[in-house]
Design a protein around this ligand. Structure first.
Ligand SMILES: [Zn+2]
Length: 239
């Protein structure tokens, strides 16, 4: 259940607990409250109101979180693939673009006069190939384990969420930026989105699914959100 408090959307989950808990989640500063079952919505709203200052401070902190600087796609830039750091080495050719990993180098071959956005478009599609291969590898494994099957899935460039799903059509979306993260993070997002096919919110039942199939999911989630996110630039139409 969602309620609006001072213009902030708050997700409320009622549980068999004694005290109220308030969370502000990275990376986008979503607000969640776990509240004892017997508490009225009014008292929850009152509680959240007294915490508005703190919530805004946390959200501000996430906003100012270090993100990767704007990519220029020039030699020496760091380049992440499946959790490993590489250094970009740009070479020029007119025979077509390519990106090859070799040792700690990511060798990007492009036309010399290509613009940053052309290089970015190529790299984004390269990441898409990497992510698709990971999902094709791990999604069937988690579907089989959990007995929760999606109808279809797609990759998409997103700036605030790692994944999302449509419960009615059973379609999942995965953030292209996951291709930069370790495989275990990708597996966690797969499990998370599959679990939503059974439980819409992040309540007790949802957490129980994660605990059952991936007991160390909290650790993995932390890794996922600790690592720097992409520069939040204008998103090209090729989402
Ligand atoms: Zn979720």
């Amino acid at each position: 259940m969602y309620i609006e408090v001072n213009g902030i959307s708050v997700e409320i989950t009622k549980k068999n607990i004694k005290n109220m808990h308030l969370y502000v989640q990275p990376p986008d500063g979503r607000v969640q409250v776990s509240a004892p079952k017997y508490l009225s919505d009014e008292s929850i709203i009152l509680f959240v109101r007294t915490k508005i200052g703190w919530i805004k401070k946390q959200q501000e902190k996430f906003k100012n979180q270090p993100r990767q600087t704007e990519r220029q796609y020039v030699s020496g830039e760091s380049f992440y693939v499946l959790g490993k750091q590489y250094y970009l080495q740009v070479t020029y050719s007119y025979k077509g673009n390519s990106l090859v990993l070799s040792g700690d180098k990511a060798i990007l071959t492009v036309r010399k006069e290509s613009t940053v956005s052309q290089r970015e478009a190529f790299v984004r599609e390269w990441y898409r190939t990497v992510l698709k291969a990971e999902i094709e590898k791990y999604l069937p494994k988690w579907e089989k384990k959990t007995g929760l099957y999606c109808e279809s899935w797609q990759t998409k460039y997103m700036t605030t969420r790692w994944g999302t799903c449509n419960v009615n059509t059973k379609k999942l979306w995965f953030n292209l930026q996951l291709a930069k993260k370790p495989s275990e993070c990708i597996e966690y997002v797969i499990l998370h989105e599959l679990a939503h096919l059974k439980v819409k919110n992040h309540g007790e039942e949802f957490v129980a699914i994660l605990d059952h199939y991936m007991p160390n999911w909290r650790e993995i989630k932390k890794t996922l959100n600790e690592q720097i996110l992409d520069y939040l630039g204008p998103v090209s139409k090729n989402e």
